[in-house]
Ligand binder design. Sequence first.
Ligand code: ZN
Length: 173
Amino acid sequence: MSNTATIDSMEEFLAHALALEYESVERYDELADVMEVHNNTELEELFRKLAGFGRLHAGEVESHAADMSLPEILPWEFKWSDVEAPETGDSGETHYLMTAMQALRFASKNEIAGRDFYQSVADTSASRQVRDLAAEFSAEESEHVAMLDDLISITEEDRPDWADDPDPPHMPE
Ligand code: ZN
């Protein structure tokens, strides 16, 4: 859909926010599972933490929506420009061999996209209530972005050839 469409009703906004948070949680859980299988405990914990933030946020959205009936929004009707929700990233960019820095950048990009989505609603919605809540959500996503920025600043740069295995396993003859 066009990203110039505005979200003017609370129901429509909450439906978007729920979809965004649930998709984000799903993606982070998947990544955490992959990291667990490959014994990358550090990244597993990071992705579980991010999934946890998404769950908290989804719960908050659910409680705002408690007395409303939210519209069913089909994926192609969502008012953001990508096919997937802003905070879910692109699974093609993830890899079990990804380094800490790559995982952090991936997560940061997702959180920035989520923040920008909420901020654009905060900036453009015709409804004052929607603008206020979207601004709150945008501020929460900004905290996640800042947390990731902090981690990025204390994490070492990766070597550029991270995906090349210099010593591939030999097959026995
Ligand atoms: Zn977030």
